[in-house]
Write a protein that binds this ligand. Structure first.
Ligand SMILES: C[S@@+](CC[C@H](N)C(=O)[O-])C[C@H]1O[C@@H](n2cnc3c(N)ncnc32)[C@H](O)[C@@H]1O
Length: 350
């Protein structure tokens, strides 16, 4: 759910456009994103109406993805109190709003964005927030070596994949310089996951440790080309949103991939839940990434008391404790274990 001030400011901006104008822009944007996943120049958003359309139909979703990734990263690093945030390819500011909600300690915010029209809207929205009013919006095209302020938290949300493939590794190294935490978020598609996986490799090589989603810094056990690591967040759609997207549902599920890497000592989930838990009468099936132990399917039964209650309340994307993992090693009590791809998870809703 967007913060109240942001929702109000967005509604005000969007009231300056007809639904038809916005929906034509949405159709054009969707087509550009579909046919040209990486333009090498971020030229998908081309007019003022495109900027407003982007903010109307994508900002709530990218905000929700960023907020979810940040919440998971914060859960693993309770001692992290960033004072400064740099957001790269910041668009209309979804990630700075999400970071402000997750870490109220942030006092200095800088956004780097190359499009002046996008900056203009991002600034107008941010002015409505006490915490973001003083943010610095810097118009620049991201490239390795670009002068940038030091920041505790550095984020790049739905933007790394728009940069030329052969520059991404260098850009990620540039993001990591002096940062206590770097978060990269991309669409939850095979291509988005590949971009995140490459960023993760660079961040770990830079000496950072993965706070979320991975429970380890080693090789990702997901085989690229066969599956991809991604998560999902459900968000409400406004009536304008439904009109411009020609959708009827009152919600949408945003799929995203992400990595949060940090220099801050923290905790580590024993495992990460990789799909919607499948809940049936008296049993919950979980697909877990257990790091070096690979992908595991576990079944938790009602007889397992607290563990069962934890599994019943768990969501796709949550960390899962070591206790849960013990199940998979077959302690003979209750639920037992399954293997990846086993029939217990056939009805996983992805
Ligand atoms: C898909 S939008 C994401 C915006 C925002 N981060 C979010 O999560 O909603 C990608 C943004 O990256 C910007 N961008 C693309 N290439 C860029 C570059 N080389 N330098 C700076 N910004 C860039 C685009 O203008 C656009 O605002």
């Amino acid at each position: 759910m967007l913060p109240e001030e942001l929702r109000t400011a967005l509604d005000k901006t969007l009231s300056g456009y007809s639904p038809q104008e916005l929906s034509d822009s949405v159709a054009r944007l969707t087509e550009r994103y579909r046919t040209n996943a990486a333009t090498g120049g971020g030229t998908h958003i081309r007019s003022r109406a495109d900027v407003a359309a982007y903010a109307a139909y994508r900002m709530p979703a990218t905000y929700a993805a960023a907020a979810t990734a940040m919440r998971q990263a914060a859960a693993m690093t309770p001692g992290f109190r960033p004072g400064s945030h740099l957001d790269v390819g910041g668009g209309t500011g979804a990630a700075i709003w999400a970071a402000g909600e997750t870490w109220p300690s942030i006092e200095r915010v800088t956004v780097i964005e190359h499009d002046p029209q996008i900056i203009d809207l991002g600034k107008r929205l941010a002015r409505t927030s006490e915490a973001l009013r003083a943010a610095t919006w810097r118009q620049a095209s991201v490239r390795p070596g670009l002068d940038r302020p030091a920041a505790d938290l550095v984020t790049m949300s739905y933007a790394l994949g728009e940069l030329p493939q052969d520059k991404r590794r260098e850009i990620v190294r540039w993001l990591a310089a002096d940062a206590a935490m770097v978060i990269v978020i991309e669409p939850g598609t095979p291509a988005g996951y590949a971009t995140v996986a490459e960023a993760r490799e660079v961040l770990v090589a830079q000496g950072l440790s993965v706070a979320a989603p991975c429970p380890h810094d080693g090789r990702c056990p997901i085989e690229q080309g066969r599956d991809w690591c991604h998560f999902s967040v459900r968000l409400p759609r406004t009536s304008l949103h439904r009109r411009i997207k020609a959708g009827t549902l009152s919600f949408e599920d945003e799929k995203f991939s992400y990595v949060a890497a940090t220099a801050v000592p923290g905790e580590r989930a024993g495992a990460r839940i990789l799909r919607h838990p499948v809940k049936r009468k008296g049993v919950v099936s979980l697909r877990l990434c257990a790091g070096q132990e690979g992908i595991r399917d576990v079944i938790v039964s009602k007889r397992q008391g607290d563990l069962y209650r934890a599994a019943r309340d768990a969501d796709w994307g949550d960390g899962w404790g070591d206790d849960g993992l013990r199940l998979d090693h077959g302690n003979g009590e209750g639920g037992g274990s399954g293997s990846a791809g086993g029939s217990s998870l056939e009805d996983v809703d992805d």
